[in-house]
Design a protein around this ligand. Structure first.
Ligand SMILES: Cc1cc2nc3c(=O)[nH]c(=O)nc-3n(C[C@H](O)[C@H](O)[C@H](O)COP(=O)(O)O)c2cc1C
Length: 330
């Protein structure tokens, strides 16, 4: 199966099976301290932050999803880009490996004209560094998107469950470090729904990495998606569908490194309230993918509506916890 066909299959499964969203990131168990006397004017609450030198209306990123040769992938990415621009949030694209297999897929990643002023983040699988990819492919991914940074994603569980997946994760830290030192834009790391442990954070800091999207467990389950795509009688993907550290747990693992890392809380962020909770655990920003997939297929306006819901909820949560802004000022 080509990479482009596989990407389309992933999207079809995500739209078909509601149980891919595991709804268990750990945020329900967190209660933020409510301020009955916040001593703040709600209209003066400032949700903006600066990310990669650009101003965002609130600390939020539409997380990496797709790209490819089909009409749907082009529509999804263009709607996400237009909505990101209108709402002033960051946008990360899905893996760009597909455009190295089929040049036609580049079109789905040429998004700068739709999002001229917001941070755009390119994306490749870190494991591809063990399968022939290197600094030139990383540079090309950045160039096609005109990106502000590059995400290398970590997805060992997905690769193990996927038929014919790339399973050699040996010596990747050294290769990540080498790309980081050569690349002209910041190199960022993300998981894809299982989180990272304390040892991973330490290794990545030693590679000189500063930005990490923790993408913990509890939202999209890639093990379940690959299980559904495999269409065979193995239950391995189902057995591991709830594997990993929840987003709350992985943020706790990052606690010793909070002042060395810019943490983006991904994985099951389903509201602006989840985002506020993640920031109370040390994240500087949040991201979400799956909730925006259906909206992006529908229209730019559907994506805008959902982002605005997150932003409004986040602003109310800041107000009710006695915060005037995202800098922790009270
Ligand atoms: C349809 C879909 C496609 C995805 N493709 C990629 C990808 O190509 N590269 C990547 O780094 N993450 C990919 N992800 C993972 C997301 O970026 C995100 O880390 C993960 O889904 C957790 O966030 P969520 O629970 O809000 O979906 C994808 C997620 C979805 C739903």
């Amino acid at each position: 199966m080509s990479v482009a066909q596989r990407k389309d299959d992933h999207i079809a499964q995500c739209l078909r099976d509601p149980a891919i969203d595991r709804s268990a990131s750990g945020f329900d168990s967190i209660t933020l301290a409510h301020r009955a006397l916040p001593e703040i004017d709600f209209d003066k609450v400032d949700t903006s932050i600066t990310f990669l030198g650009k101003k965002l209306s609130f600390p939020f990123m539409l997380s990496s999803m797709t790209g490819g040769t089909s009409k749907e992938t082009v529509t999804i990415n263009q709607n996400l880009a237009k909505a990101a621009e209108e709402c002033k949030v960051a946008l990360a694209v899905g893996s760009q490996r597909v455009m190295f297999e089929d040049k036609k897929a580049e079109k789905s990643f040429r998004l700068r004209e739709f999002a001229p002023s917001v941070p755009l983040i390119a994306n490749l699988g870190a494991v591809q560094l063990n399968y022939g990819f290197g600094i030139e492919e990383c540079r090309k991914a950045v160039k096609v998107l005109d990106a502000d940074a590059l995400f290398l994603h970590l997805n060992p569980l997905q690769e193990v469950i996927q038929k014919g997946g790339d399973r050699n994760f040996e010596y990747l830290a050294d290769k990540i470090k080498s790309v980081r030192t050569k690349l002209e834009v910041p190199l960022m790391i993300k998981e894809t729904g299982c989180g990272l442990s304390e040892a991973d954070y330490r290794l990545l800091i030693n590679c000189g990495i500063r930005y990490i999207d923790v993408a913990g467990r509890g939202g999209t389950s890639w093990s379940r998606i690959e299980h559904l795509c495999n269409k065979d009688d193995s239950n391995l993907g189902l057995a591991f569908q709830d594997w990993g550290l929840t987003t709350v747990e992985t943020l706790e693992q990052a606690k010793p490194f909070r002042n060395q890392l810019f943490l983006i809380a991904g994985g099951g962020i389903r509201s602006g309230i989840d985002l506020a909770k993640a920031m109370s655990l040390g994240a500087s920003m949040g991201s979400a993918a799956l909730p925006f997939l259906k909206a992006a297929l529908e229209s730019k306006d559907a994506v805008v509506k959902l982002i605005e819901e997150y932003r409004e909820q986040f602003k109310v949560a800041l107000f009710l916890t006695g915060h005037k802004n995202c800098k922790d000022e009270r």
